[in-house]
Design a protein around this ligand. Sequence first.
Ligand SMILES: CC(=O)SCCNC(=O)CCNC(=O)[C@H](O)C(C)(C)COP(=O)(O)OP(=O)(O)OC[C@H]1O[C@@H](n2cnc3c(N)ncnc32)[C@H](O)[C@@H]1OP(=O)(O)O
Length: 262
Amino acid sequence: MQVNADLRPILGPQLVRLDPMRVKQLQDPQVYEAIDSLAKLSAHCLQLRTPLTTCEKLINSDSTLYLSWKYDEEEKVSRLLGFAKVGRKKLFLYDSQMQTYEGEILCLLDFYVHFSTQRQGVGKQILDYMFAQEHTEPFQLALDNPSVTLLGFMSQKYGLVKPVWQNTNFVVFDELFQSLSAENGTEKPAPDGWRRPMTPRRLGTGATDTRWLQHAVSGHQSKGNAMAAPVDADMTPQGALSNRAHQAKARKAHILSSKPLW
Ligand SMILES: CC(=O)SCCNC(=O)CCNC(=O)[C@H](O)C(C)(C)COP(=O)(O)OP(=O)(O)OC[C@H]1O[C@@H](n2cnc3c(N)ncnc32)[C@H](O)[C@@H]1OP(=O)(O)O
C-alpha cells in the first residue's frame, strides 16, 4: 500500500505500535487511507464483506495495531507492508478434555501482509515485535477465526501444532492449557489473570445423585396423605432464602433425574 510521501516523521520506525490514542494523534488522512486500504485487502482475502479493521474503528476500540512499513529512498514513497491487530478479551475456553477455563487473553483479531510481500518474513517480524511489546509468549495468543495459512504459519514459525478450536471460533493452542495446570510445575507461565474456574462448569453431563430419606416421605394434606408430624417452616429472611435455595436445588435434581417428555 503506497503513500507518495515520507512517513518517517509521522510513523517513526519501520515497525510501529499504534494504540487507539496514537492512531488518533496521527491526524494524517493519507496514512488513515493507506491503513484502511490494506485492511480492505485483508478482508477481501478472507472473503469478508466489511473490513475487520479501519482507523475509525481502531480509535473507538481498545485494540492495538502493529504496523510494518518502509520508506523507499529511490522512489520517494512509503509502503505499508502488513499489520496485526490485537486486543485483550475475556474468554471461556475448553481444552481437549472439555475442562473449562476462563480469563483474559491476548487475541489476534486481524493479520495481513500485502500479497506482494508475503513469505518474506514480514509476518514473523510483526508478530515477534508484537509479542515483545505485549510481554506475551506465542502459545499465550488466541486466534480469532484463523485461516489455514495462519495455522500453518503458527505451526511453522512457533512450533504450535495442536490448535484447539472453540465453539466461538477462537483457536488456542494446547500449550496454553499445559501452562495453566500450575500444579504440575511446568516452566511456562500462564498469562496474567488466567485461571481454571474454582468450580469447573460442566455442561450436559450433570450426573445427579439423589438420596431419599426413608422415614420422611412427604405428602399433601388435600390428598389425605399428610405427614403425621407438622413441620414448622422457618419464616426468617435467612430461612426463606435457604428454603428457596433448597427448592431450586430440588427442582434441578428432579429435572435432571426425570425422563425427558419427548
Ligand atoms: C486472525 C486472522 O487474522 S486470520 C487471517 C490471517 N491472514 C491471512 O490468512 C491473509 C493471507 N496471508 C497473509 O497475509 C500472510 O501470509 C500471513 C500474515 C499469514 C503471514 O505473513 P508472511 O509475511 O507471509 O509470513 P512470513 O513470511 O513471516 O512466514 C511465511 C510462512 O507463513 C505461511 N504461509 C504464508 N503464506 C502461505 C501460503 N500461501 N500457503 C501456505 N503457507 C503460507 C508458511 O508457514 C510460511 O512459511 P514458508 O514460507 O517458510 O513456507
